[in-house]
Design a protein around this ligand. Structure first.
Ligand code: ZN
Length: 453
């Protein structure tokens, strides 16, 4: 059996069904043996989009019994402590799947990680929750056309604030962990699909906008214009009526343009890069102010969470995994992060750590890494991005990603994901990570020898 890496962080996700497959001990032993993992993160809930069934075929190649799993959308994998949700009408529900019955994945995992001296982080998709959005439609974001985007929750709604703080409270009361990771951190906007999962028609592997997306419309149809957002914006001094009136004119303008022309241009690859978004931001001050309001909303959200942790569990750090700030996302449903209110630079003033995400190639990861690192600066820890070990990446792709992250001085590697990746990819990662560790240890001993002279 291989030892775990010590010189830097190597993490990977664990889902309840992975832990049930052969038991939590065998799962952790496997993650140590196959990738040298020393840290695990596990979600409190998720939504079907990122389910095992979705990721590149979704079959979990080295699981023994549970080789494919379709999770419930937005229900908790653990029993929520309803006592933590006194301030809000939003009460999360536990999964109804008989397979998960009686299994408290996060409690069991946190104890097992502790025993092995592995760090554990609970992963919380904060605002994308189609289940809760449908249960509490009055808490969902409203777009400029008055439509409720029923796959997310509005961060300015008082019950939503009670819900996310309640969930943080539940986590710190019940699990012995070192950090919380905020995921899907932003004001959910509709980019296609009944669960907001996005369009499947992406051009050039997601590098260009899909033919049926007018990027300006995508920006302008993003929420939220609910009464709670209006109240918060006014409290912060924004001229909300003016902003709303102008967004209405611009969004209606997109609808008045001949959609068949937009479609034809899209098919020709016309909508590349910023595709008119820069003009909107520069020339339309209301658009700029509106985007800044959303960023301020998310910074305030992060501040509330950090404040709660400082007061009740100061040993737990909080980070966020954010979507690309430059370029459309290969995951389709989340394009530029700033459209839904995230700014690496601003959030770095509140959070303990930020990690970025991008496409699957080493080139994309490198480019985004450099941009994101620059935005975060020394305001908080920048944790780098994911090493995609899942299909269609092969061992060579895995090696080139790790080589790149090593070159740019990354101190943390997230091998994504242990569950779905073929063993040959995991072993390619492990062998390289051990080589890097050996080199680092050698460099350290040289420094010590020189220092000791
Ligand atoms: Zn709102």
């Amino acid at each position: 059996m291989c030892p775990m890496i010590k010189a830097f962080t190597v993490s990977t996700p664990a889902y309840p069904w992975d832990l049930l497959d052969e038991g939590v001990d065998r799962f952790l032993d496997g993650a140590i043996e196959h990738i040298g993992a020393n840290a695990i993160f596990s979600p409190i809930c998720y939504y079907w989009e990122e389910a095992a069934a979705f990721w590149w075929g979704g079959v979990m190649p080295h699981n023994k019994k549970i080789r494919r799993y379709f999770p419930e959308d937005g229900r908790f994998f653990v029993t929520p402590d309803i006592d933590c949700y006194k301030d809000t009408k939003i009460k999360p529900d536990r999964s109804k799947d008989p397979l998960l019955e009686g299994f408290e994945s996060l409690a069991v995992l946190s104890q097992a990680c502790k025993k092995r001296k592995m760090n554990m982080s609970v992963w919380f998709p904060v605002f994308k929750n189609p289940y809760l959005a449908r249960k509490y439609p009055e808490c969902t974001p409203i777009d400029i056309f008055g439509g409720r985007q029923k796959h997310g929750l509005c961060p300015n709604h008082p019950d939503v604030i009670g819900y996310y703080l309640g969930t943080i409270r539940h986590i710190i009361r019940h699990y012995d962990i070192s950090s919380i990771g905020l995921d899907k951190f932003g004001i959910e906007y509709w980019a296609g699909g009944c669960y907001g999962e996005g369009w499947y028609t992406a051009i050039n592997n997601g590098q260009e906008w899909a033919a049926d997306i007018d990027p300006q419309f995508l920006l302008l149809n993003a929420p939220c214009f609910c009464e709670h957002c209006a109240r918060q914006a006014q409290a912060w001094g924004y001229d909300w009526k003016n902003i709303k009136d102008r967004i209405q004119v611009l969004a209606d303008g997109c609808l008045k343009r001949d959609a068949s022309v937009t479609m034809r241009l899209g098919q020709k690859g016309f909508f590349k890069g910023e595709a008119g978004l820069a003009r909107l931001l520069l020339e339309e001050p209301e658009v700029y102010q509106w985007c800044r309001f959303k960023i301020q909303t998310m910074v305030e959200t992060a501040r509330r969470i950090k404040e709660l942790l400082t007061a009740e569990a100061s040993h737990i750090t909080v980070g966020a995994g954010l979507d690309p700030s430059v370029g459309s996302n290969f995951q389709r449903f989340r394009h530029y992060g700033w459209i839904y209110g995230t700014s690496m630079r601003d959030l770095a003033t509140v959070l303990d750590g930020i990690s970025g995400s991008s496409g699957m190639s080493a080139d994309e990861k490198y480019y985004m890494h450099m941009i994101d690192k620059e935005a975060v600066g020394d305001r908080c820890e920048f944790r780098g991005g994911d090493v995609h070990a899942v299909s269609p990446c092969g061992p060579d792709d895995v090696r080139s990603q790790i080589k790149m992250f090593d070159k740019v001085g990354s101190s943390a590697y997230c091998i994504f994901g242990y569950t779905w990746a073929p063993l040959e990819n995991l072993h390619a990662a492990r062998d390289m990570l051990f080589e890097i560790e050996q080199r680092i240890l050698q460099e350290r001993s040289v420094v010590q020898k020189v220092g000791g002279r």
